[in-house]
Write a protein that binds this ligand. Structure first.
Ligand SMILES: [Zn+2]
Length: 407
């Protein structure tokens, strides 16, 4: 077979080949919010499990510049071919020499654009003192971490992440982990985040913008921060109270501590859905997190409570324990939906929230009555089918089945 044929074998495959798997990522990103671009360097510690001339990982809508592989003997290998396959969202690195089994570091320099599609690392805007400004936010679930940096973008391929970010010095940078160090150099500051525990790539998160913030500490010493649009921190108080109580309830209920030192929640003006449970940094669409007692209805207050409890529950169901593949997504969403009612009932028993659970499951029943209904466990052959699994059957019918099991 010639090399071209060899590359063809990786296209259209449902999953990445496992010649090499990641152990840790050191990701450096430099943001240019006025040009809406970013550039980066990722150093990935790999285990080469099978001697190979090929390393195949995910990348999408990125420009790849320099690639090097350094093995444990400090020998440096440069690929003779670097193929970005846009259709399959894979990056195939072809080496002339075989890379032997063992450890090594893959270094990739890349760049990209902050998109307006609300996926990957994207741009949204806000008004500060009458001036429209850009903010950078991530949304990686299910297949969009690869739009921000080259990676093994499958839930089972967990690794640690250590992120460093260059950004305009007046802005706030948030990620999964707390900041360990910060250096200011004129208009640019470099923010170093602590290394995360092992986690899936779809849970990595960043938010960069101007925010007001409030915080509290749980009984177990976890710092919970809520980041709101400037001037609106009062409207984040209720979500903060619910997040603190939910963390305390789940820590007791699971007899398993929350493993990160902090949990932040941030409200952004443009977001693909209601909220995303990124490990240690939950991102919300603004109106799903902000609450004003003078303007919000009782129903909205109840929905906010359920949404916050749902996202906090994911810190265990999904983030700590993760489905091996998207086929079992309903376990993430069904459990988080069911237990969000349980936590809400514990926090506000006077709401009798379980009486509304039937209404929650209604959407599932409606979809289930249609001819094209499917089992709650949806066989996902190819990653691109995963969006179909995020429907009312997974969330609502899934949660109803779990409630029956609990009963
Ligand atoms: Zn969820």
């Amino acid at each position: 077979m010639d090399q071209k044929q060899n590359i063809e074998q990786f296209k259209g495959q449902p999953r990445l080949p496992k010649f090499a798997i990641p152990k840790s990522y050191h990701l450096y990103l430099r943001l240019d919010l006025s040009a809406c671009t970013f550039s980066g360097l990722v150093n990935i510690n790999l285990s080469i499990l099978d001697s190979t001339k090929y390393v195949v990982l995910n990348a999408c809508e990125l420009s790849v510049h320099q690639v090097l592989f350094t093995n444990s003997l400090n020998h440096i290998f440069t690929p003779c071919d670097v193929v970005l396959d846009a259709d399959n969202e894979i990056l195939v690195l072809v080496f002339e020499q075989v890379l032997g089994t063992g450890e090594g570091v893959l270094s990739i320099e890349f760049s990209g654009a902050l998109n307006e599609q609300l996926k990957g690392l994207y741009k949204c805007s806000y008004v500060d003192k009458g001036v429209r400004k850009n903010m950078a936010v991530t949304q990686f679930e299910a297949l969009h971490a690869r739009r921000c940096f080259p990676c093994w973008d499958e839930p089972a391929l967990k690794a640690t992440f250590k992120i460093t970010l260059d950004l305009p010095s007046e802005l706030i940078a948030l990620s999964n982990m707390p900041i360990s160090d910060e250096k200011i150099n004129g208009n640019v500051k470099t923010v170093y985040f602590e290394e995360s525990p092992k986690m899936s790539s779809y849970l990595v998160a960043l938010a960069v913008g101007l925010f007001d913030h409030i915080e509290e500490t749980t009984a177990d010493g976890i710092k919970v921060g809520v980041y709101c649009p400037v001037g609106k921190s009062d409207e984040g108080k209720f979500a903060l109270e619910v997040a603190v109580k939910s963390l305390e309830i789940f820590t007791r209920y699971f007899s398993m501590p929350y493993l990160l030192p902090k949990l932040d929640m941030v409200a952004v003006p443009e977001f693909f859905g209601g909220a995303m449970e990124n490990y240690g940094l939950i991102i919300y669409r603004e109106n799903e997190m902000l609450h004003n007692d003078l303007r919000s209805t009782a129903a909205k207050k109840q929905r906010l409570t359920i949404v916050v409890a749902h996202e906090v529950a994911h810190q265990w169901f999904g983030n700590l324990v993760t489905m091996e593949w998207w086929t079992h997504l309903w376990l993430n969403e069904g459990f988080a939906t069911w237990i969000s009612y349980m936590a809400t009932d514990m926090m506000f028993p006077e709401w009798k929230i379980w009486t509304q659970f039937l209404q929650e499951t209604n959407g599932g029943l409606r979809l289930d009555a249609q001819e094209q209904s499917h089992p709650i466990e949806v066989k996902i052959q190819h990653a691109h089918e995963v969006d179909e699994a995020f429907d009312a059957i997974g969330y609502k019918k899934g949660s109803a089945v779990i409630r029956m099991l609990q009963g």
